[in-house]
Write a protein that binds this ligand. Structure first.
Ligand code: NAG
Ligand code: NAG
Ligand code: NAG
Length: 126
């Protein structure tokens, strides 16, 4: 019965969350060609925390600093051959009586197929 089918489609469109309808044109546009940064929603994600701790440890090693990881403030993710993370990390500088948290911005590249993380850049405090 065509009229009923139309009605059903109408109902489905009405009931479908706007976010789903809205995402279809975005997903099918060109982000298969160019990977864009996307905000990270869950900053407590264990993988993400590992990436943040890695960035601090690696920076401490390279710059002979003693930053102490506290948590993540912000983050963006981009998937290409591997995964790139642009994260803002809260850290204290490890001084004896200075536990003030400051923010640092790190870019980490995770080449999953090699199980290898690379600290691309680190700056801060910002
Ligand atoms: C594809 O994405 C790039 C980078 O975001 C943008 O500059 C370009 O205009 C887009 N092309 C189309 C056809 O949407
Ligand atoms: C965020 O990630 C943590 C650790 O994986 C998990 O316990 C928590 O449920 C997640 N929160 C949301 C809102 O997904
Ligand atoms: C990374 O994030 C910081 C802070 O949000 C921003 O200022 C910076 O431009 C970003 N870097 C890249 C390469 O996207």
């Amino acid at each position: 019965m065509p009229p009923n089918n139309h009605f059903l489609i109408f109902i489905i469109l009405i009931l479908t969350p706007k976010s789903i309808l809205f995402n279809i044109p975005l997903a099918s546009s060109n982000d298969t060609l160019v990977a864009n940064w996307k905000p990270i929603k869950n900053l407590s994600d264990t993988k993400l925390v590992d990436v943040g701790k890695f960035a601090i440890a690696r920076h401490n090693f390279e710059a002979k600093t003693r930053l102490v990881f506290d948590g993540l403030v912000n983050g963006e993710i981009r998937s290409r051959t591997g995964t790139d993370y642009n994260i803002t990390i809260a850290a204290s500088d490890g001084g004896d009586d200075d536990d003030t948290l400051r923010n640092y911005v790190a870019i980490v590249s995770d080449l999953q197929y090699q199980d290898f993380m690379h600290l691309v850049s680190f700056r801060g405090p910002v």
